[in-house]
Design a protein around this ligand. Structure first.
Ligand SMILES: Cc1cc2nc3c(=O)[nH]c(=O)nc-3n(C[C@H](O)[C@H](O)[C@H](O)COP(=O)(O)OP(=O)(O)OC[C@H]3O[C@@H](n4cnc5c(N)ncnc54)[C@H](O)[C@@H]3O)c2cc1C
Length: 329
């Protein structure tokens, strides 16, 4: 890949200063798994490599929320005990990305910045109702994840001047990620879906829910009509059936090289049903819920909450490997 210069930043502040000095001629690079494949995009830019910034690589619980640094690799997320326990949808989504090589360098921040409507971790984060932190010349702004999307492949964050630093979301009582692809590795999803549930109100009597599906729209799509059906009720199998059907009828799928729209449309119902059954703990068995040819994350039963402040070892998971370079296509 051609570029006009390559600089390493060792802190978020330093990265921001470098971008400011470059005055629009700089470009953030993290794992490089997307950027390296779009050589035209960076040809005239000086790349500011942020992959060594450890302060942006954390998975931790603060009170009732989980916080995930943008430089966590997919491997970090997929192997995080804290995510497996508290937000399995995100761990499963990261585990589904590409291949071991891609997962070891590709980051969750880059996955969202690339702004594709079915990016695996983005679908999980959308269902989890995540917010994102963006560091720019004016300071840090916290914004709803979906406001970062301006269309297919277009982010509202300017990687020549801003840095996406992390995400946070309220810990759900259950969550699930479902994915349909032609192969189990190195295959972009034909369709993916995630669901998350929270117990709100007095005594946890009021259910809050997030359901996201991709690729359905030009951005990660929230199945708001289906969410409305479930919200406020104790989820039953009947309600989940209705919600899954509503997701299907309100989704506007498109044809693409990976699938025709009609097949996708039918599979929206299937994946949303599985996601909701798993997230609520109503799925009879993992095998039955997941079925052949799909990946799933089962979060059954009522996840107990970890003590506030529990972290996954600060910077990243204890067992996760240190940042490795490389990758394939
Ligand atoms: C072979 C292969 C298979 C793949 N399979 C999948 C898959 O199954 N599912 C899937 O979802 N994705 C897949 N991907 C896509 C890719 O791995 C992810 O999108 C990855 O997460 C991008 O992260 P990165 O750190 O490599 O981003 P980079 O390539 O470094 O950057 C991507 C873009 O985001 C910007 N950027 C990155 N980080 C930041 C930041 N913190 N702040 C501001 N701007 C930033 C860059 O300037 C660039 O525009 C695959 C890619 C390859 C090559």
């Amino acid at each position: 890949m051609r570029c006009s210069g390559y600089l390493f930043a060792h802190s978020a502040g330093e990265a921001l200063s470098l971008l400011a000095e470059l005055d629009g001629a700089g470009r953030v690079i993290a794992g490089g798994t997307d950027l390296m494949l779009a050589p035209g995009e960076a040809a005239s830019a000086t790349l500011v490599d942020i992959s060594q910034i450890q302060e942006l690589r954390y998975i931790e619980q603060r009170g009732e929320r989980l916080h995930v640094g943008s430089l966590c690799t997919h491997e970090d997320l997929a192997t995080s005990p804290l995510l497996h326990e508290r937000a399995a949808a995100l761990a499963a989504a990261a585990a589904a990305v590409g291949s071991p090589q891609i997962r070891s360098v590709g980051t969750v921040g880059g996955n969202v910045m690339n702004a594709l409507p079915a990016a695996d971790t983005a679908i999980a984060l959308a269902a989890l109702g995540a917010t994102a932190d963006v560091l720019g010349p004016g300071g840090t702004r916290e914004t709803d994840l979906l406001t970062l999307y301006a269309g297919v492949g277009r982010s509202t964050v300017d990687p020549a001047r801003e840095i996406l630093t992390g995400f946070s979301f309220r810990i759900p009582r259950g969550s699930s990620f479902q994915r349909l692809a032609k192969r189990k590795a190195l295959a972009l999803p034909v369709l993916n879906a995630a669901a998350a549930l929270w117990d709100d109100g007095e005594g946890g009597a009021r259910t809050e829910v997030g359901i996201a599906v991709g690729p359905v729209a030009t951005t990660p799509w929230r199945a708001t009509e289906a969410e409305r059906l479930v919200r406020g009720h104790a989820p039953t199998r009947e309600l989940i059936e209705q919600a899954a059907r509503t997701a299907m009828t309100t989704a506007v799928c498109r044809d693409s090289i990976r699938s025709c729209a009609l097949y996708r449309q039918f599979m929206v119902e299937v994946l949303v049903r599985r996601a909701l059954l798993e997230a609520t703990g109503l799925a009879p068995t993992g095998r039955e819920a997941a079925g052949p040819g799909t990946r799933s994350s089962a979060v059954r039963g009522r996840a107990h909450r970890a003590a506030p402040g529990r972290t996954d070892g600060g910077a990243f998971d204890q067992d996760a490997p240190a940042s490795r370079r490389g990758g394939d296509r």
